[in-house]
Design a protein around this ligand. Structure first.
Ligand SMILES: [Zn+2]
Length: 294
């Protein structure tokens, strides 16, 4: 890509930045200290990870409590990541309908909190999923909400498989979460770590790309803090591509925190400045940086 192409301004990236609560997953409750820590580092937009031991995304009263807690720290819930919600084992029409109803309730509580992106792991892209997602798409027509499906490294769940499902869906409000750590090629390599890879993957996603899960990748493992020591993601190429295709979604980070990784929130909060600095560095114009910001 031409290094003289225009690039994001840090202010725009910061406005669109969000962070998954996976950073606290299985280790810390979403209590006042957790919310204060996010707010202190300027992480004021959140992708909420489904955590049934703490709240019920399908229950209005439960989610009103969560929404109020976040708001009291100036934090907005922008997306739900319903990672435990899938569409397997719906072997009767009654079960399928009940499950779609459950998903509708999750989407409704998200909308009440001001969120606009609801994504699942979905599992297999079979006719049951097509029927369920079609009904959910009808539920959100006329709103700004998108419903999303994420890629995984297991066979049948690759970016390519998700895209052929989305081609079949052919609905402007049903799209792709590109998880950059879950992409694999036929040799088992993550193309997001190889020069030219992010360009090929994002070109392949085309109009279906509506949300991202960004995190560091090292030694074949994902969910590291972005730009940690040894991270092999091609961050600059990735962001140049997101810019050049006019990617419309959140700049959403999904790194894990303690006990695996320390200081993940700090590393995430500083990542965008580092990426803008990388771009400025290739132009030899370091004056594009905004000094003094954390
Ligand atoms: Zn993910």
């Amino acid at each position: 890509m031409n290094p003289k192409s225009p690039f994001y301004k840090i202010e725009e990236l910061k406005q669109r930045q969000s962070m998954s609560t996976v950073v606290f997953w299985k280790y810390r409750p979403l209590d006042e200290r957790a919310l204060a820590e996010l707010a202190r580092h300027g992480m004021t937009r959140i992708e909420l990870l489904e955590s049934p031991e703490q709240f019920d995304m399908s229950d209005k009263r439960s989610m009103t409590h969560i929404g109020e807690a976040f708001r009291s720290y100036g934090i907005q819930v922008v997306a739900y990541h319903a990672h435990m919600t899938n569409f397997s084992n719906l072997d009767t029409e009654a079960k399928r309908k009940a499950h779609v109803d459950f998903c509708r309730k999750q989407i409704d509580t998200m909308v009440e909190l001001g969120g606009k992106a609801w994504g699942t792991h979905a599992c297999e892209t079979d006719d049951t999923l097509l029927k369920c997602y079609s009904e959910l798409a009808r539920h959100i027509e006329g709103t700004e909400v998108v419903i999303l499906i994420e890629n995984f490294k297991d066979k049948g769940l690759w970016v390519e498989d998700r895209l052929s499902f989305l081609d079949k869906m052919n609905h402007p409000q049903v799209g792709m979460i590109l998880d950059i750590g879950h992409v694999r090629d036929r040799d088992g390599v993550n193309p997001m770590t190889v020069p030219g890879g992010p360009t090929a993957v994002i070109e392949m996603c085309r109009r279906h790309l509506r949300h991202v899960h960004l995190h560091g990748f090292k030694d074949g493992l994902d969910h590291y803090p972005p730009l940690c020591e040894g991270d092999t993601i091609q961050w600059l190429e990735l962001f140049r591509m997101l810019y050049s295709v006019g990617y419309p979604g959140d700049i959403n980070f999904e790194s894990k925190g303690e006990p695996k990784h320390l200081n993940t929130i700090e590393a995430t909060a500083g990542a965008l400045e580092r990426i803008v600095a990388m771009d400025a560095g290739t132009r030899g114009k370091r004056d594009q940086l905004t000094p003094g910001k954390v």
